[in-house]
Ligand binder design. Structure first.
Ligand code: ADP
Length: 497
């Protein structure tokens, strides 16, 4: 039954889409994160550069215009506070600290509404770096109002009457930070939405194209497989070696070839089986009909028949019973061999002795037909390694055929020859021979080449021989000339002691 199939492709496409969306989200998130991080740093760097000279300026102004903000080492809070508040009126983002030379905070000026208490000191390293590079480098230092955090600053050293220290100005203080965060939040949202939308759009286009290209070959394969399944047995994937999924394409083609091959084989096996049944029934019917006829005659005419006639009728029934049992045996052997139920039990035995026995067994039959049956080379005792029962069966069939297809005054010879590690066994007759065009088929079961009804057998004899040869990993060949005779030749391995 052909079922309605869901294709593999939509599921695959769904997976590819999920993968793409995941990559897109990841890309967008990374992009936004990197942009945000860099923008923030960029902003800080700009603010720092703009305000780089603020601290220096404070010091210069102080010395130029007024009294120093340190008097005998202590801070003139009023003066310093005034000055700084003036500055903070212009730039509300700054926080000013007066440091001694070890970095301790002597005095700080920050916006009043700040709740945090500044720390007691700040690290001097960044301050020294800043002074050394004259504020040209982006450097962050301790933020006294946010312990543990770093911020941009401006710094300048002073030396007032031997009291050294630094003016340390956080240029992007709390106030600026608040404004910046607020604005940055707005821009950041816009940036994120823009970036996500654009990335999504381009990624969707790329994804669509990629999915289409990626699944192109898969679609071809799926369609081909479906058509094959629907009964188009000739369909194959064209140029599988050019496919992206070459292994799959070639495997499908190979699989399709072997399925079609097996189907053909099964069809021919099936045909042969039908033929076999038809022929066997025919072969069984003929001797049965004869048997029935003679037995009926014997029953009806038992009083009018002479003793000789009765004897003749009984002989005829006997020979027909032999034929029947022969045929049934052949059929039984053949079906067992075909079903591979027989495993050869190989053992060393004397093929010479076996041949002697067989010649003796067929002597009577041969003499009846006035055929000269002989064993050549009987002196040499040839030992082979094979299944004695099966070899006997094969030889029996071959000798039987040779006698069957040879006319009176003819000759049948069984010859044994040593050939290297093998013994060559040849059964030769001077019989009717087999037409050359028929020779390749005689080992196929049920091929009866010689349609001479007198001699017609089951057609299983040589098929059984062939199966026995296969079980011994050897082959049998036939050399035959019509009206001159035939030779059947096969080899068996010698037994090395
Ligand atoms: P059958 O029972 O018909 O003899 P076989 O399988 O033994 O069946 O042989 C197949 C066919 O091969 C025979 O029908 C016959 O035509 C041909 N054949 C076999 N052996 C000989 C032989 N020695 N001489 C001539 N023809 C032979």
């Amino acid at each position: 039954m052909i079922q309605k199939h869901k294709t593999l492709t939509p599921r695959l496409i769904k997976k590819l889409w999920i993968a793409f969306i995941f990559i897109i989200i990841l890309m967008a998130a990374s992009y936004i994160f990197i942009t945000g991080y860099l923008t923030l740093n960029y902003n800080q760097a700009i603010t720092q550069q703009i305000n780089a000279n603020v601290a220096e300026h404070v010091i210069q102004e102080k010395f130029k215009n007024a009294a120093p903000f340190l008097e005998d080492g202590s801070v003139n809070k009023e003066l310093f506070g005034d000055l700084m508040h003036d500055m903070m009126a212009v730039n509300r983002g700054i926080e000013v600290y007066l440091l001694n030379k070890s970095g301790d905070i002597l005095y700080s000026v920050v916006l009043e509404h700040n709740s945090n208490e500044p720390t007691k000191s700040v690290a001097l390293g960044p301050i020294q770096d800043f002074i050394k590079t004259k504020g040209t480098k982006y450097i962050v230092g301790d933020d006294p109002l946010n312990p543990g955090e770093q911020n941009i600053f401006s710094a300048a050293p002073f030396d007032i009457n031997g009291h050294e220290g630094f003016i340390y100005i956080i240029v992007a203080g709390k106030q600026l930070e608040l404004i910046r965060d607020n604005l940055f939040g707005q821009y950041f949202t816009k940036l994120s939405i823009g970036a996500i939308l654009l990335t999504m759009l381009f990624a969707a286009i790329v994804a669509m194209l990629s999915i289409w290209f990626l699944t192109k070959n898969l679609r071809v394969i799926t369609q081909t497989v479906r058509k094959f399944q629907e009964g188009d047995l000739d369909i194959r994937i064209e140029n599988p070696e050019e496919s992206d999924i070459e292994v799959l394409a070639t495997s499908f083609n190979e699989m399709a070839d072997s399925i079609v091959g097996n189907m053909n084989k099964m069809k021919s096996v099936d045909n042969l089986r039908r033929e076999l049944i038809a022929n066997v029934s025919h072969d069984l019917r003929t001797p049965l009909a004869i048997l029935k006829g003679y037995i009926e005659t014997l029953q009806i005419k038992k009083d009018s028949l002479t003793e000789n006639q009765k004897q003749e009728y009984l002989e005829i029934t006997h020979s027909n019973i032999d034929k029947l049992s022969n045929l049934i045996n052949q059929l039984f052997d053949y079906s067992k061999l075909e079903a591979e139920q027989i495993t050869p039990i190989k053992e060393p035995f004397s093929i010479t002795e076996l041949s002697h026995d067989l010649i003796a067994k067929f002597k009577v039959l041969a003499e009846q037909k006035k055929i000269n049956l002989q064993l050549e080379n009987p002196e040499d005792n040839c030992m082979v390694f094979a299944d004695i029962g099966l070899v006997e069966r094969a030889l029996q069939n071959l000798i039987e055929n040779a006698i069957k297809y040879t006319d009176a005054e003819g000759k049948v010879t069984l010859k044994l020859l040593r050939k290297g590690n093998n013994i060559e066994i040849i059964i030769t007759d001077t019989g009717s021979g087999i037409p050359v065009n028929e020779q390749p088929f005689i080992f196929d079961r049920y091929k009866q080449v010689n349609k001479n009804t007198q001699k017609q057998g089951s057609g299983l004899g040589l098929a059984i021989v062939k199966k026995i040869m296969d079980l011994h990993d050897t082959t049998i060949i036939v050399l035959s000339k019509p009206y001159e005779g035939s030779s059947f030749i096969f080899n068996l391995p010698t037994y090395q002691v």
